[in-house]
Design a binder for this molecule. Structure first.
Ligand code: AHG
Ligand code: MN
Ligand code: MN
Length: 311
């Protein structure tokens, strides 16, 4: 079954469906760049995080801006690769105000796993579809939908719609076809994806947690790419992904708006949980576009167990 047909089976609102399909078009175009190596190398610029941008970061960002800009339904856009949020389709009102036809605001990490592109590891795209308006003050729990692409040997797509579950689609010659419906993450499962292991040196709690996983003979499944690493949890239906903070970076590296909130939304729609160690990431208010957050996400009991080492 085609993506758009499947979205209809669980009553996805027409406008939301339209924006999801635009995101899928963007993923289709990014996949072509990733798989042909058409935009390898450095762009010679930095993003607001001070990270050297790849040509692929910039090209992927441009693709998503193009497909979303064509949508009169999009109000604000924000990207890990842009300094600030952009207000689209703004027209000035008689009163001198500014209004937009937009219904949704869309935030994205156009290419997640940039440091893995040159070694041909799987990478991803992370897109969050929020209600209209600025992202500042929003919480990931307000999201209408998440669209997450995995560029591996095959290009696959997760779409999670609020209250309607997380589903996986495969990119075929005939478009995105339903592959797995209503993914389910069990409460327990012995796979671990321990990000930021360097934090073990200054954060004994993390060292004890990793020792726990080793003692209990958990299976390590970690690639260094958040999207493929969480893809593994979603498809195996169990496991835990962590990226804690540490002294130098108490909030860790991953971004609440562009990565942690969206991946958590898809995990929760599949029956898992996602926390910053203290609260659900769905309830965490976006104070700034570049806000970082620790993340513990995946199987409910595995996440709770992991967090218990830090209290
Ligand atoms: P991005 O490539 O968008 O900057 O994000 C990469 C992230 C995430 O994919 C991964 O979990 C994490 O960086 C790995 O960080 P370290 O390189 O510090 O391990
Ligand atoms: Mn990223
Ligand atoms: Mn990125």
């Amino acid at each position: 079954m085609q993506l758009d047909e499947h979205l209809k089976t669980f009553g996805t609102e027409d406008h939301l469906q339209q924006v999801i399909m635009s995101c899928a078009q963007g993923v289709y175009e990014i996949a072509a760049l990733v798989h042909t190596g058409a935009a390898l190398g450095y762009a010679g610029s930095q993003n607001i995080f001070g990270e050297q941008q790849l040509k692929l970061d910039v090209a992927s960002n441009d693709i998503l801006l193009k497909v979303l800009g064509e949508q009169s339904l999009v109000d604000y856009v924000a990207s890990e690769e842009m300094d600030d949020e952009q207000h689209l389709h703004v027209s000035n009102t008689e009163e001198g105000g500014a209004q937009s036809s937009g219904v949704f605001s869309v935030a994205f990490d156009p290419l997640d796993g940039s440091s893995l592109v040159d070694v041909n590891f799987a990478v991803g795209t992370i897109i969050a579809i929020y209600p209209k308006g600025s992202f500042i003050g929003k919480k990931p729990g307000e999201m209408h939908a998440a669209v997450i692409a995995v560029y591996g040997p095959r290009t696959t797509l997760f779409v999670a719609v609020k209250g309607k579950g997380t589903h996986q689609y495969l990119l075929t010659d005939g478009g995105f076809m339903l592959q797995k419906e209503a993914l389910k993450i069990a409460d327990e499962g012995k796979y671990f994806a321990p990000g930021n292991l360097r934090a073990c040196v200054k954060n004994p709690a993390y060292k004890q947690l990793v020792d726990h996983w080793l003692t209990e003979q958990y299976t390590l499944r970690y690639s260094g790419g958040m999207v493929p690493d969480i893809n593994h949890i979603l498809l195996k239906g169990k496991g835990v992904f962590t990226y804690p903070g540490y002294m130098d970076e108490p909030n860790g590296k991953l971004r609440l708006l562009y990565e942690c909130g969206t991946m958590t939304f898809a995990i929760i729609e599949a029956g898992g949980i996602g926390s910053d160690g203290k609260m659900s990431l769905l309830d965490k208010r976006v104070e700034a576009l570049d806000q970082r957050s620790p993340i513990f996400a995946g199987s409910k009991k595995e996440v709770e167990k992991a967090i218990s080492f830090f209290v």
